[in-house]
Ligand binder design. Structure first.
Ligand SMILES: C[S@@+](CC[C@H](N)C(=O)[O-])C[C@H]1O[C@@H](n2cnc3c(N)ncnc32)[C@H](O)[C@@H]1O
Length: 520
């Protein structure tokens, strides 16, 4: 772990983590037979919450639940509390304290989140952290603990050691960081162009690290403590505290779906879940885990029942680059926002996915989605309009497992009309005003803000017409040279500024609405 001093000197850029949200975790819990608390009425604790970049958006978008964050860094806890006061949130507090000092007096929690902390703290803090999960989790609670794991991190350790060696005389966190970046550049230039696998790997890793935020380098790679652990070892430690493995927040990583038939056959020999997943880690050279835990007395099921989806809500942004074939079960490729691709074959599923993308960020219940999909097929006179609903359900389930589609146990509604005088929600405006690196979408995704988006959010206070917004941006671009340059650097050309500013603003508004940042 970086020391508290390092976090005070160079605060962590903390962003929302979709997979650490109770809305997301409750679905996994219920799939495995745990009666997880509803995300709109639960108690959440985050250990090592930094400035509250993950926790504050939860409190903002889900006002019916209560949240407690704890962080050792005085500066970060104070910054989090300043934001909470500015947002006038009464359902969240951030306490400056050491995990080691926490005990049962905090009360019980339905969800405990410890993201990016376990591997970076000394052994006594690790032990206490897991013990706290046991002590503070409500009977059906879920703990989320992420950590660096082996064998993957074994490959990364040499780069960390080279940077630590090069920065060994540094007298401040900033100098340690600067010297480490010098080392990375030396490596980038110095690694010989040869066909050696290790040199190729090193070059790739160094290039990747140079593209990451300096913040990540200091607090992750260079942290004083960085002790990756094998999954099976982690589970042994957890079992001592009467906790058991619920699953991984990245559900698809539990499935080994990218393995060859031979490897699958080998792994099928393991009845034990932990052993099976440990071997998966060997095969995938996994380096990071997001383990979910619950009390060991809870009886879990490992047979996932697709019928559970009938009670939940579906949302997805999948789109196809090709014309959608609603007349055959011909496989068609859909892609998500990050470019990941998903195969869909049944016309009912294709129609359902088209509908979900159209209404995103809103969701549909199972009966509504089925009806909409049938209606779409009827309108185009596809013979699949009356097809068996189970085909749709199981294809949607597979999409969920591979993260092409999300599920929620709660119905939420977002504005889709931003004509007139658009207004962004307060969270987005406050985060933009303080130049935060990212803002949380309504579905807890992390949205990086470029300079144009940041400035535009400040104008979306419900008092400016589209024309007034455009004028304000033109004025800013004309009179603020630094802003102008930053906008050019972000990839908006002079000709776009002069000829296509209106459509750039329209697209940005569409983007904000698509992530639930605008209010009716
Ligand atoms: C790498 S950051 C992760 C922050 C955030 N959870 C995230 O993932 O974005 C680790 C955080 O844990 C805090 N921390 C480290 N040791 C701690 C301790 N013993 N008690 C409480 N917080 C601690 C640090 O101040 C820092 O904010």
């Amino acid at each position: 772990m970086s020391t508290s001093l390092e976090y005070d000197a160079v605060p962590y850029e903390d962003c929302p983590f979709t997979e650490a949200h109770p809305d997301y975790l409750s679905v996994i819990g219920r799939l495995f037979g745990l009666a997880a608390a509803p995300p709109d009425n639960c108690r959440v604790l985050e250990l090592g919450c930094a400035n509250g970049g993950n926790l504050i958006p939860m409190a903002y978008y889900w006002p019916g639940s209560t949240y407690v964050g704890v962080d050792l860094s005085e500066k970060q806890a104070a910054e989090g509390m300043r934001l909470i006061r500015e947002l006038e949130l009464e359902n969240i507090t951030i306490i400056q304290n050491d995990i080691l000092a926490l005990d049962a007096s905090l009360g019980k929690f339905d969800y405990i989140i410890a993201h990016g902390i376990y591997s970076w703290v000394p052994a006594d803090v690790q032990e206490h952290l897991v013990g706290l999960c046991r002590q503070l989790l409500s009977p059906n609670g879920i703990a989320y603990i992420s950590y660096n794991t082996l064998p993957g991190w074994r490959l990364r350790l040499p780069i960390r050691e080279m940077m630590l060696y090069h920065s060994r005389h540094a007298t401040s966190p900033q100098e340690k960081l600067d010297q480490s970046i010098v080392m990375l550049h030396m490596l980038a230039k110095g690694i010989p162009e040869s066909s050696s696998l290790s040199e190729k790997w090193l070059k790739k890793e160094v290039t990747n690290l140079l593209s990451r935020s300096p913040n990540y380098l200091l607090h992750d790679y260079l942290a004083q403590n960085n002790s990756p652990v094998y999954f099976h070892e982690f589970m042994e430690r957890v079992a001592k505290h009467q906790l058991q493995y619920l699953g991984d927040a990245d559900l698809y990583t539990m499935l080994g779906s990218a393995l060859s038939k031979e490897a699958e056959a080998e792994l099928d020999k393991f009845d034990d879940f932990i052993e099976y997943e440990q071997y998966l880690d060997f095969f995938y050279v996994r380096y990071f885990r997001t383990s979910l835990l619950c009390h060991d007395r809870v009886e879990l099921t490992r047979d996932l029942e697709v019928d559970k989806l009938r009670d939940w809500y579906f949302y997805s942004q999948l789109k196809s680059r090709d014309e959608i074939d609603l007349y055959s079960t011909e496989l068609q490729v859909f892609v998500d926002q990050s470019g990941a691709s998903f195969d869909i074959s049944h016309p009912l599923t294709k129609a359902a996915v088209v509908d979900l993308a159209y209404i995103y960020p809103n969701s549909r219940s199972w009966p509504d989605l089925l009806q909409r999909a049938r209606t779409i097929l009827e309108e185009v006179e596809s013979t699949y309009a009356d097809a068996n609903a189970n085909e749709l359900l199981s294809e949607l389930f597979n999409l969920y497992l591979s993260q092409g589609l999300r599920l929620s146990t709660v119905k939420r509604t977002f504005a889709d009309n931003y004509a007139g005088k658009p207004r962004a929600n307060k969270l987005a405006r406050v985060y933009a005003r303080h130049s935060k690196c990212c803002v949380a979408s309504a579905h807890h995704a992390s949205l990086r803000l470029d300079p144009m988006e940041q400035y535009l959010l400040g104008l979306l206070n419900g008092e400016n017409t589209f024309g007034a917004i455009q004028q304000a941006i033109e004025h800013k671009l004309e009179h603020d040279r630094e802003f102008h340059q930053r906008v050019i650097n972000q990839g908006i050309s002079e000709s776009m500024i002069n000829n296509a500013l209106q459509s750039t603003i329209e697209q940005t508004l569409y983007h904000f609405a698509g992530h639930g940042l605008l209010e009716p």
